[in-house]
Write a protein that binds this ligand. Sequence first.
Ligand code: SF4
Length: 302
Amino acid sequence: MLNPRKLRVAVELTSACNLSCAMCPLRSMKRPLEAMPFERLKKVHTEIRGLGLKVRWLHEMGEPLLYPQLKEALEMFPEAILSTNGMALKSAIAETVLASPIQTIRICLDTINPQAYPRLRTGGDFNKVVENIKAFLEAAKGKSVRIEIQKMVSKPTKGETRKDFIRFFNLEKYSNADIIEKTCETLDTSGETELHGKYAGCFQGGPFNWLVILANGAVTHCCYDYEGAQAIGNVDETPLRDILNSPKLAEIEKAFHAKDFSGLPRCCECFRLEDEVRTYPALLYRLMRLLPFKDRLRRWFM
Ligand code: SF4
């Protein structure tokens, strides 16, 4: 069973995106690119609040700023971090975000090197995003919204530092802005690409930390399950409260711990290279399972 106190919740406002980033599996995703119908979002909101849950992210796949009812969605989930590639963060949309009660926005520029940018944020316009960020920083000056500019640690961005970003955006001027470093190097289990290393194992430390509600209403237990291949229910058919207690989840847990991935296509993908690779996630997961304080440790690391 999913423990509501430990759960991280994500609501995918839309699975559609305006970029085709190198680290993102959107290109191969089989689900339709679609916005969550607003009636479904309202239902999801009511059920989430009924369970006393908070939402951490407003995406799984997709660019949330493209959501047609963005204003209403931000009013529903002010506690969520709004993560964006920054392409659409201009004029009316930027004003909508700034007028909303949202507390944190993360803008994923990833690099300040215009040559490296297309290798990460494929299809984006570096100059446009930089311009959008600068204008947003100015417009948000003195407001309570926290602005996180994402810096990606990866091969194409080698050598870039936090200080470089701070200088580039003149961040001393903006007390509500900061640089967040992230790496995507461990995220790809489908093989080695230019941006990814070779990894194997469970990145979550176990399959029961997330509740991800996809635009199509499917609910999955892991944020790596972008396809909904291990969906445990659908909000159109089953109340979220019952999905949390889904017997399917118990089956997934049993199979996961027995390492029987025959019915777990997404977990199978994560462990695909296990015989080849003995790395951090798999080893950490094994270690954590042995420890009495594994849950605390998992929350700290993951
Ligand atoms: S899909 Fe399964 S193995 Fe992979 S990170 Fe999620 S829970 Fe872990």
